[in-house]
Design a protein. Structure first.
Length: 314
């Protein structure tokens, strides 16, 4: 859990820095402002690729500069020996795609992505249209506010990994720990998502609830997200690809559903009826997202396993 969460935290650390930097570049950058953000991050992507080509290898066993201790630690953490990584085996497609623990992970990926992208893409629009908070008064401050959830998310992810390992070391079963972490992350996300839509009435409470909702959802990184390495280490990359496909689908559908529900009212703009109608529509959007969070967690609790599956050897 600790090793995986350290790796996954890099995604959120990138957002902590890139979102405020994007705001600064949009307001003060070259080439008219916003184009500079694309140029800067495009160049950074090329630089990252150069380092990836030089430092990345297919397995710890293939890396020429890794220490023996680090290699053994990585391989033991994922319960895969270096020789097994190179072994060619037939993929048990039928057993894999009919495995309840695999579907537990796929559904969890979908549900978490739906909620994540609802928070990421729809919340600022809701606060502006439903509550009247003008996020666009300062692009730079918008970037700062938007990065706060990812800052907390990074901290929570780095805490969740060692916490999960500590609980397992104390004798709790793997499936219990994965269920517990997934339930905590999903419950907090659903709760604060609802609070953000039903309670938030100022920029302070808006930022607070969104930050807590997205940030505390990081506990599930030590739940379903690392579980695939345990139920099927040899085919974990394949399962990750399938689960990420479901995750992308959730990220696509969430904004589409939001746009279909939150339609600008026909009543006069600025009237009380206009504001109330908009607010109710957006509350429905976020209520659905909270329900999807809970649904994903419940399916995971029912179907998940902490044991290596019988078909996992191929």
């Amino acid at each position: 859990s600790t090793l995986s969460n350290i790796v996954f935290s890099g995604v959120y650390v990138g957002n902590v820095f890139s979102i405020p930097l994007s705001g600064i570049l949009c307001q003060y950058g070259f080439s008219g402002g916003w184009p500079s953000a694309f140029y800067v991050f495009g160049v950074l992507g090329v630089i990252w690729f150069i380092f990836w080509v030089y430092l990345g290898f297919s397995s710890p066993a293939d890396h020429p500069r890794i220490s023996k201790e680090e290699r053994e630690y990585i391989e033991s953490s994922f319960a895969v020996e270096g020789e097994q990584i190179k072994e060619e085996v037939d993929i048990p497609w039928f057993e894999m795609l009919t495995s309840p623990p695999v579907w537990a992970i796929i559904v969890a990926f979908f549900a978490q992505s739906w909620g994540f992208y609802t928070l990421l893409t729809c919340t600022p629009t809701y606060f502006e249209q439903g509550i009247g908070i003008k996020w666009n008064e300062s692009i730079v401050m918008n970037g700062v506010y938007s990065s706060l959830p990812f800052l907390l998310l990074t901290v929570v992810v780095l805490i969740a990994g060692p916490l999960a390992d500590f609980l397992r070391a104390k004798g709790l079963s793997t499936v219990f720990v994965r269920n517990f972490m997934t339930l905590i992350g999903s419950s907090f996300a659903a709760l604060f998502l609802l609070l953000a839509t039903y309670v938030a009435d100022s920029i302070t409470t808006a930022v607070l609830f969104v930050t807590l909702g997205l940030g505390l959802s990081g506990f599930d990184n030590a739940g379903y997200l690392v579980n695939l390495f345990e139920i099927c280490p040899k085919f974990s990359a394949l399962i990750m690809g399938i689960a990420n496909t479901a995750s992308v689908l959730g990220g696509i559908l969430a904004p589409i559903v939001a746009k279909a529900i939150a339609i600008e009212p026909s009543s006069p703009k600025g009237s009380q009826e206009y504001e109330d109608t908009y607010k109710e529509e957006w509350r429905e959007v976020f209520t659905i997202a909270a329900e999807v969070y809970v649904f994903g967690a419940l399916i995971y609790l029912i179907l998940a396993s902490g044991e290596k599956q019988p078909w996992a050897e191929g």
